[in-house]
Design a protein around this ligand. Structure first.
Ligand SMILES: [Zn+2]
Length: 59
């Protein structure tokens, strides 16, 4: 299972400037019996735009 940590850089598209490098600034995880759902808050390293992305892991 891959964990995301604050400060990690990930490849994801910015909808504002189309840069593809984002930095994780907050991770909110919710645990269910069979999976973990994480909301990643990503900040564009180029323009600073914030957006969120949901990721799921099997437990
Ligand atoms: Zn951007």
């Amino acid at each position: 299972m891959k964990n995301y940590e604050i400060g990690t850089r990930v490849h994801d598209h910015c909808l504002n400037c189309f840069s593809n490098e984002q930095k994780v600034v907050e991770v909110v995880s919710k645990e269910f019996s069979d999976r973990v759902v994480e909301t990643l808050w990503l900040q564009c390293t180029n323009c600073g735009n914030l957006h969120s992305r949901l990721v799921q892991h099997d437990r």
